[in-house]
Design a protein around this ligand. Structure first.
Ligand code: GLY
Length: 598
């Protein structure tokens, strides 16, 4: 499969054909497949001998190119909002704020003002990391999700008790206040989202696909059902979806974060908490603060990588995987050959074992970060990797793991000055807790499930959670979000990446990075390539449907791997650079994503 994927990319390049996905963007954006240098494939013949019946569905990467900047997100309307901000003189931070608010309206399955997130920025050469993760309410307790028999209850992940104190509005304000261009006011950046909420957007297949998945959760909550399933069903394709209550909530935010954390919106949220048994109080909301943190910075084969530090595990885990693999010439093992995949899986296994046991909110737990990020740690891990044999996870003593939900959304922005913002935001699951604020038109997160509500026990996703991530009042739950900026050996931004998909975010970002740095793929091919995921526990490797050739599976199984197929892994759109041009690659696995250039 790997060789077929690469060969098809190369064929497209030779023929100079255009890619096939829609690009609802005005000129001068040109949509073409990316030029991709094809690496040596060690055992192409062996892999092709077991060629698939079904071709890899994302064989032809589709990208958008532009010299003056780029926005890529999981929603076309939101990407175009960000693109317009860039085109009218805004910088990457301005565009990121406007894109995030637009996602809250047009992509409510994950875009939000009722959740939280993280951003890594590189503006005027300075790297920063912004933490606007939700916090546990003051009334939260360590065992709040256990029943009388010590068994976990469902309300950690469903309904009003699963809601963490939202951080998005405070985070976006902080991004604007600190890094905005001053050419755009806060009000300017809210305006497109307010218009979208008031005047509506066209219901398309992408929106309907999220409602299809979310309907079961939304229908349990009358306010959510009335908004998203009017008359008991999703709105008709082609109709206009309006959310005037959300427009009013956004207008209140025009005066700043106090327009959300205090006043009528806060009062409505807290009233609902009281009525339905939730924990968030007015004091929790007023107290919420976004925090600037020091990014995790590391190098990989001459490239400088900056990613998110705890309370996200994204940057540290990415660094651990990179450090272990830097000790192997993986490009010589062949792209996605069994030998290459073996060392990658073993690096992932060891990095996740450490992540799962050790990481949490830095304001609450002490973490051995210097050790985990050291070359010595990576060397010790490499010494335990056996050629041709999978190490059972039970032999790696670092569990238990921490949980992450399946849905989130990532977007990246670069501007004409080469500055970049990589931002991931989430309400955790699709449509979060399923609860919409009465009179507010926005969905609340179920981020409390990212805590270890039952340390040492597998959660709903089969992940085992650790003590470092136990619930405490005011604490931030551990995340897997990995907004990342890669600077090339020439000192310029080369890749802006991140993703959605809980723990699969980190492995997807790692693979995009390695696909580019180790195998010379350009960003379109790097995003489109088949993905794999290993997270220590459960002791299995997940691969994407049609992404693994039978010959490769056989060799991996003979080494001791348990392989599990999944439809797709992560949504991880990205922006890359080739010479003086930005290349935007929307996620081909996510219906409705778009790269847009000014
Ligand atoms: N809620 C998903 C994560 O933060 O990893």
């Amino acid at each position: 499969m790997a060789s077929r994927f690469l060969r098809s990319v190369s064929l497209v390049l030779l023929l100079g054909c255009a890619g096939g996905a829609p690009a609802p963007t005005p000129a001068p954006v040109v949509q073409t497949p990316a030029p991709t240098s094809v690496p040596a494939v060690a055992d192409a013949a062996a892999i092709d001998a077991g060629a698939q019946a079904n071709p890899w569905p994302y064989q032809t990467p589709v990208v958008v190119r532009g010299a003056n900047g780029m926005v890529v997100s999981d929603n076309a309307v939101a990407s175009n909002v960000g693109r317009d901000v860039l085109a009218s003189g805004g910088n990457a931070a301005d565009a990121a704020v406007a894109t995030a608010f637009a996602l809250a309206v047009a992509y409510p399955t994950a875009g939000n003002i009722g959740g939280g997130g993280f951003a890594v920025t590189r503006m005027r050469g300075e790297l920063r990391a912004l933490d606007f993760r939700e916090t546990a309410p003051a009334a939260a307790t360590r065992d709040m999700y256990l029943d009388a028999n010590g068994k976990p209850k469902a309300d950690a992940r469903d309904g009003i008790k699963s809601v963490g104190v939202p951080g998005s509005v405070a985070g976006l304000w902080e991004l604007h206040r600190t890094l905005g261009s001053k050419k755009k006011t806060w009000k300017d950046l809210l305006a497109p989202a307010i218009k979208l909420a008031r005047e509506g957007f066209v219901v398309d297949d992408a929106f309907l696909s999220t409602l299809e998945v979310g309907a079961k959760r939304l229908e349990k909550h009358p306010v959510s059902a009335a908004l998203f399933l009017p008359g008991g069903a999703p709105p008709a394709k082609g109709s206009t979806f309006k959310n005037p209550e959300l427009a009013t909530v956004l207008e209140r935010i025009e005066k700043g974060p106090s327009g959300f954390y205090e006043g009528p919106t806060a009062a409505a949220l807290v009233k609902q908490m009281k009525e339905e048994g939730g924990l968030i109080t007015l004091a929790d909301l007023k107290k919420y603060q976004a925090k600037w943190r020091k990014p995790v910075e590391f190098t990989y084969r001459g490239h400088k990588i900056a990613s998110m530090p705890p309370p996200s595990s994204g940057g540290v885990t990415l660094a651990m995987i990179a450090h272990i693999l830097e000790g192997y010439e993986i490009n010589k093992l062949g792209f996605q050959s069994p030998e290459q995949l073996h060392v990658v899986f073993e690096a992932m296994r060891r990095a996740y074992a450490a992540r799962n046991a050790k990481l949490g909110d830095p304001d609450f737990v002490k973490m051995p970060l210097a050790e985990l990020l050291s070359e010595g740690w990576a060397k010790e891990q490499r010494a335990t990797i056996v050629p041709d044999r999978a190490t059972p996870s039970s032999e790696i003593v670092a569990a238990p793991a921490s949980a992450s939900g399946p849905h989130t959304t990532h977007f990246s922005v670069v501007d004409s000055a080469g500055d970049a913002v990589s931002l991931t935001t989430t309400i955790n699951w699709w449509y979060g807790s399923g609860v919409t604020v009465k009179g507010g038109g926005f969905v609340l997160n179920n981020e409390m499930d990212d805590f270890a509500s039952v340390p040492g026990t597998a959660n709903g996703f089969g992940l085992v959670q650790g003590e470092a991530n136990a619930i405490a009042p005011g604490k931030r739950m551990l995340s897997s979000m990995a907004p990342t900026i890669v600077t090339g050996p020439d000192g310029k931004v080369l890749l802006v990446a991140g993703g959605a998909g809980g723990p699969t975010i980190i492995t997807a970002v790692w693979q995009e990075l390695s696909n580019m740095v180790d195998f010379g793929l350009d960003v379109g091919a790097a995003v489109s390539a088949p993905r794999f995921h290993m997270q220590h526990l459960p002791d299995e490797v997940i691969f994407e449907k049609d992404g693994l050739a039978p010959a490769t599976s056989k060799r991996l199984e003979a080494m001791g791997y348990t392989l599990k197929e999944r439809g797709h892994l992560a949504d991880a759109p990205a922006i890359g650079r080739a010479g003086g041009e930005w290349i935007g690659a929307a996620e081909p696995r996510r219906l409705g994503g778009l790269a847009a250039a000014p």
